[in-house]
Design a protein around this ligand. Sequence first.
Ligand SMILES: [Zn+2]
Length: 71
Amino acid sequence: MNCIFCGEKTVADGLWVLGSHICALCESKIVTIDAGDANYDFYKSGLKKMWRCAGACSPSAETILASLARR
Ligand SMILES: [Zn+2]
């Protein structure tokens, strides 16, 4: 399985969201990134892409980021 963000082949760690995999490194970036970070839009659009694939009744990227940050 490859990480949906960086494309690296990942092992068992990391995060599964609706059948897509996020490696531990990207997961840690996502939960700690703030809106001023240069990579923020990259990760946010990646999350949106995942959620669009998952179906119409999906939460926004902000909702996903918020739920990840609460973990
Ligand atoms: Zn990754």
